[in-house]
Design a protein around this ligand. Structure first.
Ligand code: ADP
Length: 360
């Protein structure tokens, strides 16, 4: 009795397995059957997927590399193959699939097709990736912190001896020697500032605290702090609705301050400065922009400016250490967001960033 029920029972079991996609493929990889789990994981209903080739679940890159065909060839010759990687759902989103493809044989031992079992392990994969990124960030922060501490020490020695030379030997030093000492002093001061920037960068977010941030109030305070600079530039600043965020308040303040200060700094001569700050909100994030009509940035540097100490202009033209945008990027990453610039050289820049509204 049991043996009569078994085939039916198994086919029902496979049909109704919700967390596993189970497919039968013919020798070319065309889909012959499809269960509920496959629909749940990949998003296609049975009618639209039967007869299609299973390669449609693979990324374009995997398809170019002929990964689906190669997996079938291995399953054909060895009986079984396992694989994992990013796959594509019907709606174009990705999931991390763990797949086993097994060759199916007839009574004479000829391969007649394949069974393909896939589990969606996206959540596990994302958690693993987040842990790896966290560990790497911690290591990097520790390295930067120790390195910058150690670098301050010899720099202080150079600075002290330069001071002694100036004080004790000024009567016998000629003008050239005095100029050289001044250059050394300038360089050591700058290096000391750069090391301090590096330390601040490594410490950024260490004591972060989540809070409700009313961004319009925050911007009013920042604009009040920058009042003198705004007056000096005769800048016109327009602010739209900026919403209330659940975010790390100190860091968000620093982010807006960096971007607004840059908009006030990289201005064009003889052009009235115009700065606009605004946002648009959707269900999962808010996108902010800060636009200016300043000197603009060549397209080829749009990524590079977010790296630490990368600057595009000479010190004599615009002061700075090249840390503001690197800090901004780190702050945005803490909020699971993205930051980028849209800009045309000589016309102006729009810095944009997203902040997740679901951060807890
Ligand atoms: P800093 O302002 O100290 O130079 P940042 O990290 O804030 O450092 O910016 C890096 C570089 O990006 C700047 O040196 C400048 O070349 C470019 N940049 C940043 N903001 C603007 C802007 N609003 N307009 C034009 N260039 C900008």
């Amino acid at each position: 009795m049991t043996s009569n029920l078994q085939p039916d029972f198994f086919s029902k079991l496979i049909d109704e397995l919700e967390d596993y996609a189970f497919l039968f493929l013919d020798l070319e990889g065309n889909i012959q059957s499809w269960n509920i789990g496959a629909k749940n994981i990949k998003g296609y209903c049975t009618e639209e997927i039967i007869g299609k080739n299973f390669s449609c679940f693979y990324t374009q890159e995997d398809q170019i590399l002929k990964k689906p065909e190669n997996l079938l060839a291995i399953a054909f010759s060895k009986g079984k193959v396992q694989d994992q990687g990013w796959r594509i759902r019907k709606d174009g989103t990705s999931f991390w699939g763990m797949t086993t493809i097994t060759a199916i044989h007839d009574n004479k031992g000829n391969t007649i097709g394949f069974g393909k079992l896939t589990r969606d392990l996206t959540q596990r994969k994302l958690a693993e990736q987040a842990t790896i990124v966290e560990i790497k960030n911690k290591e990097l922060e520790q390295f930067t912190y120790i390195a910058s501490h150690d670098l301050q020490e010899p720099l202080r020695t150079v600075s002290n001896y330069t001071q002694l030379l100036k004080e004790d030997f000024s009567s016998i030093l000629n003008d050239d020697a005095k100029n050289y000492l001044q250059a050394i002093e300038y360089a050591t001061n700058r290096m000391s500032m750069l090391i301090r920037c590096l330390l601040d960068f490594s410490r950024l977010g260490r004591n972060k605290k989540i809070a409700q941030v009313n961004c319009n109030l925050l911007i009013n305070q920042i604009l009040a702090d920058l009042h003198n600079l705004i007056e000096e530039n005769g800048a016109q600043v327009t602010v739209g609705e900026l919403y209330i965020l659940n975010a790390y308040e100190t860091e968000i303040r620093q982010l807006f301050q960096n971007l607004i200060s840059n908009a006030l700094k990289f201005t064009k001569a003889n052009t009235p400065v115009e700065i606009k700050i605004g946002a648009t909100k959707n269900s999962s994030f808010i996108e902010y922009y800060i636009s200016d009509n300043g000197i603009g940035i060549d397209h080829k540097y749009h990524d590079r400016i977010f790296q630490i100490f990368k600057r595009l202009n000479k010190e004599q033209e615009f002061d700075g250490y090249g840390i503001g945008l690197a800090n901004s990027k780190k702050i945005i990453e803490m909020h699971n967001g993205k930051i980028w610039v849209e800009s045309t050289l000589g016309v102006g820049s729009i810095f944009k960033f997203t902040i997740s509204t679901t951060i807890q």
